[in-house]
Ligand binder design. Structure first.
Ligand code: SAH
Ligand code: SF4
Ligand code: F3S
Length: 449
């Protein structure tokens, strides 16, 4: 046998893509390949792509240009485009970059090995037809030894008018509670401490699974799942994302308040603070409902961290409607908000509308909202000053090797002096002495028995 092939994976986009990349890397390793850090040295190059905004998509094309050039000199190079741009563009990608060997949608992540076998037979392969996502038998190559992603539901059945996700990720498919628990048990045995349950609309978990309780309630909701997996040995922290305000339930908040391993952090995108814009977005809730959800969260879990996503300059958004978004933020005061200017996406309704806003307005609103996001994050960080928070240590501080870094239960990045060899994966009480908008610094608090 010749020397083993070397592979490289670059990942764009959300946590779902990161989780898929870890699985695909696991498959490549099981096939005997070895990781290569430099994409220009690898024999198999895989780009796991994102098409949520145009900027994310354009990045891929510029990377692909370089690889196509390499391929013309080195026909043994295997070029793969996976993920959401692959699904969206399909065969058009082959026309645009004829050097590609394989174009595969997110639903095919588990099938990388058999797709590569078809490539080895000399085919150019496009795999984008909707399929049932099978339970994975290969082991992901996870980036972290401390925290792990666990998919619970794939796809999205919503129809937000700006969003490509339903088109590229397909219909909702929930994994069974038994499969999710089994994966977590194994993670616990391997020494993982934290698990983040993933779904684009995680509140939809279980809708496609059978089961009704004796009281006539649907079984297998996200709340039921939390109770099912909560006692997995070794896993000390459980997170979940992303919550959709349309389906968010009080029962879920109660479970979070009741179950000690579930962290006090809620990621609930609101997208806009104006009811007409929310309606045009097809979000299915009002500003008032969103506020009631946050009230409920704060009633049960007063110290909860609350983060969200928001889009500014949606088609037709007036200055007054944008002000409503700012005022919703003033009412709530978020720990963190991901902001984006609206980007028209192929195949989505809003992209066809005539009332698109200009680039100057987009950038202006983005800047103004980002200012508020930073301000609020700092205000929220202040509550930690002088407090002792438990921090799960993930890695050394890349800027200062005498420090380690990890996250509080509320998901604030925290630095403190310590040796990573000793502390990795440990949960350490840390007294917070310094705060910044998005991170904290402290000293370990020595607990005397
Ligand atoms: N499922 C989640 C989010 C999925 S996409 C939800 O329903 O909230 C992540 C974020 O990207 C979205 O919350 C939204 O804020 C942003 N986004 C999605 N489509 C976008 C578009 N066309 N332009 C700008 N931002 C977009
Ligand atoms: Fe996109 Fe809406 Fe589905 Fe979120 S809920 S992934 S924004 S369609
Ligand atoms: Fe991007 Fe696909 Fe995630 S479009 S945000 S990688 S679901």
């Amino acid at each position: 046998m010749s020397e083993s092939r070397r592979y490289h994976v670059t990942t764009f986009g959300c946590q779902m893509n990161k989780a898929d990349s870890e699985r695909m890397a696991g498959i490549l390793e099981a096939m005997g390949m070895q990781w290569e850090e430099d994409p220009l040295q690898a024999d198999v190059v895989l780009y796991n792509t994102c098409s949520i905004r145009d900027s994310a998509e354009q990045k891929v094309y510029s990377y692909l240009g370089k690889q196509a050039k390499r391929k013309r000199k080195n026909p043994n190079l295997t070029l793969v485009v996976a993920g959401c741009v692959a699904q969206q563009e399909g065969e058009q990608l082959l026309r645009r970059v004829p050097e590609l060997d394989l174009v595969m949608g997110p639903q095919y992540a588990n099938q990388l090995e058999s797709l590569l076998a078809q490539v080895d037979q000399g085919n150019q392969v496009v795999a984008t037809d909707p399929v049932h996502i099978m339970e994975d038998i290969t082991k992901p190559r996870r980036d972290s030894e401390v925290t792990a992603w666990v998919n619970v539901i794939y796809g999205c059945n919503e129809r937000c008018t700006y969003c490509v996700v339903p088109g590229v990720r397909g219909l909702e498919q929930s994994r069974t509670p038994a499969a999710i628990r089994a994966e977590m048990v194994e993670l616990g045995e391997q020494g993982y401490t934290e698990v983040t349950l993933l779904g684009q609309n995680i509140d939809a978990y279980g809708r496609d699974l059978p089961g009704i309780t004796a009281e006539g309630r649907r079984e297998n909701t996200l709340t039921d799942l939390l109770y099912t997996i909560h006692d997995v040995p070794g896993i000390e922290r459980i997170r979940f994302a992303t919550s959709h305000p349309r389906y968010f339930t009080e029962r879920l908040v109660q479970a979070c308040a009741e179950l000690p391993k579930v962290c006090e952090h809620f990621h609930i995108p609101f997208q806009s603070g104006n009811n007409d814009v929310l309606k045009a977005m097809g979000r299915g809730y009002t500003r008032e409902k969103y506020q009631r959800i946050i009230d409920t969260v704060r009633r049960y879990v007063p110290d909860a961290s609350i983060s969200a996503d928001v889009i500014v300059a949606f088609p037709g958004e007036t200055e007054a409607q944008f002000q409503d978004t700012l005022s919703l933020m003033e009412d709530i005061v978020f720990d963190m908000v991901n902001t984006a200017a609206y980007s028209p996406r192929p195949g989505t309704p809003a992209a066809e509308w005539a009332n698109q806003l200009d680039e100057v307005t987009k950038q202006d609103r983005l800047q103004r909202i980002n200012q508020l996001v930073n301000q609020q994050a700092e205000v929220r960080s202040r509550r930690y000053l002088g407090r002792t928070e438990t921090v799960l240590v993930e890695a050394a501080n890349p800027k200062d090797p005498t420090q380690v870094m990890g996250r509080t239960r509320g998901n604030r990045l925290t630095f403190f002096p310590g040796d990573i060899r000793e502390l990795k994966g440990k949960i350490v009480p840390v007294t917070i002495q310094e705060i910044r908008a998005f991170s904290l610094t402290g000293v370990p608090c020595l607990v005397t028995a």
